[in-house]
Design a protein around this ligand. Structure first.
Ligand SMILES: Cc1cn([C@H]2C[C@H](O)[C@@H](COP(=O)(O)OP(=O)(O)O[C@H]3O[C@@H](C)C(=O)[C@@H](O)[C@H]3O)O2)c(=O)[nH]c1=O
Length: 191
């Protein structure tokens, strides 16, 4: 297992060590001790999620607010996706920047998205099964989001807009500025 840092502090690409033999392959998909040693972060995952989607499906950009914020360790079980993390930590020097990583069933990579990030992905293959661990429980009332095609974030999803499939909920998400000004208001009210 090797950790690759990204331009966003705390956001890592994880390269798994894969053991191949005549039966197939084996790898440790999560090892708390190694994860914490290599990233320098303590993590306590409490919920696993899995979704399946067809090509062009875009889920995101999502996060949970306040005490319900979630860190996520994401990977692809079948197919290929472009996975995106946006830094929405108000005091971060990379606030508003994003990282996009291609994840596939064969890449041997996982992506760690810490708390304080909006997250989303688009399916690049005919179908994809997506799996992720979360360090906090789902809480519907704390859901937040940013519209995928926000003009300030200007994310290159690498797939034509007319091929995209989004939920009604995701099509109505607010802009980055609208979302983060409410986060900033929230943070200021705590001071
Ligand atoms: C995320 C989630 C959804 N649900 C329910 C709510 C809803 O009825 C149904 C589908 O939910 P959604 O449309 O929000 O699913 P989806 O769009 O796949 O949401 C996910 O998107 C990716 C990008 C993330 O980062 C995740 O944290 C999560 O927000 O599943 C749960 O019961 N538990 C959960 O943890």
């Amino acid at each position: 297992m090797r950790i690759e840092k990204t331009i966003l502090e705390g956001c890592f690409i994880i390269h798994d060590t894969i053991f191949k033999d005549n039966r197939g392959y084996f790898f440790e998909s999560f090892n708390k001790k190694k994860f914490e040693e290599l990233t320098g972060q303590e993590i306590d995952f409490v919920q696993d999620n899995q979704s399946h989607s067809t090509r062009g499906t875009l889920r995101g950009l999502h996060f949970q607010k306040g005490n319900y914020a979630q860190a996520k360790l994401v990977r692809v079980l079948s197919g290929k996706v472009l996975d995106v993390a946006v830094d929405i930590r108000p005091d971060s020097k990379t606030f508003g920047q994003y990282v996009a990583v291609e994840l596939s069933e064969t890449s041997g990579t996982q992506f760690f998205v810490p708390r304080g990030f909006a997250h989303g992905f688009v399916v690049l293959s005919a179908q994809a099964t997506f799996f992720y661990k979360c360090d906090n429980y789902y809480n519907k009332a704390s859901e937040g989001g940013i519209i995928y095609n926000d003009k300030d974030l200007n994310i290159d999803w690498s797939i034509a807009d007319n091929e995209l499939i989004l939920s009604e909920k995701d099509l109505q998400l607010p802009s980055f500025v609208e979302t983060t000004s409410s986060i900033l208001d929230f943070a200021n009210n705590l001071i």
